[in-house]
Write a protein that binds this ligand. Structure first.
Ligand code: ZN
Length: 245
């Protein structure tokens, strides 16, 4: 099996009436991407959680070998958010997407703890958007990650753009933090592989906000790593986080 056979995009969005399943699948096919993590888009992360999750679930059920679905819930809904997360987990979604900037809370606020505890019980990784002050910063993620050592935390976009310089030192604070590469420049991805380790870097595109081909090319062509390490970054690390390896 070649590395290309194992490419898994750790971060994509689809949205009703905007970015369709077919659009994403054809981009994946053109580039030889086998699987992608799909999450609801902005409006659905902020308010229309159930509609967003249902759209993701439908795509996963239609293409179970191509998509890994992440649910989103807004922690301000409290108990109801926890129930919603469990419900979508039971129906087949495999992780949680949080955007504390869109959802209106500080990333390390205790408000999010019940959801993190639920992910711990259900063994689901959590993807956090980072890079937007004051609510979504890398060191806030490190603070949270240290409180929940058994949960896997994905640092979305590695603090891009304003807090890129915090990404590596924040990830070094807690071994359960994984760095996702979308939007980030090659130099910092290289530094994170060197200082944090190839086993904690995940290729992601943030499709459709960035070009899938460009994001893939950065990892495939411009990192000075072994074939094995490249395979880990391109997909194997992500599959491990969802216990599929
Ligand atoms: Zn995103």
């Amino acid at each position: 099996m070649t590395d290309l056979d194992l490419v898994v995009d750790a971060h994509c969005h689809i949205e009703p009436g905007s970015t369709s399943v077919e659009e994403l699948l054809s981009a994946m096919d053109n580039l030889g991407i086998r699987k992608a993590v799909i999450c609801p888009a902005d409006r659905y992360i902020a308010v229309l959680n159930r509609e967003g999750n249902e759209y993701i679930l439908k795509a996963v059920h239609e293409h179970p070998n191509r998509f890994i679905g992440f649910a989103t819930v807004n922690p301000w809904f409290g108990r109801q958010a926890v129930e919603e997360l469990k419900r979508f987990h039971d129906m087949g979604l495999r992780g949680l997407k949080i955007n504390s900037f869109l959802q209106g809370f500080l990333l390390n606020d205790e408000l999010v703890h019940p959801l993190v505890e639920t992910c711990e019980k259900l063994r689901m990784p959590i993807y956090f958007h980072t890079g937007t002050p004051i609510s979504a910063m890398p060191f806030q993620l490190a603070d949270l990650a240290r409180k929940f050592p058994n949960v896997s935390f994905i640092m979305g976009h590695m603090g891009y753009s304003d807090f890129w310089y915090d990404a590596v030192p924040a990830a070094k604070r807690s071994e359960n933090i994984y760095l996702e590469t979308s939007h980030m420049w090659v130099d910092l991805i290289r530094e994170s592989v060197k200082k944090v380790g190839a086993d904690r870097v995940l290729f992601g595109s943030d499709f459709p906000k960035s070009e899938l081909s460009l994001e893939l090319e950065k990892v495939k062509r411009y990192l000075d790593v072994s074939d094995e390490e490249r395979g880990m970054i391109l997909g194997r690390n992500l599959l491990k986080l969802i216990d599929e390896h």
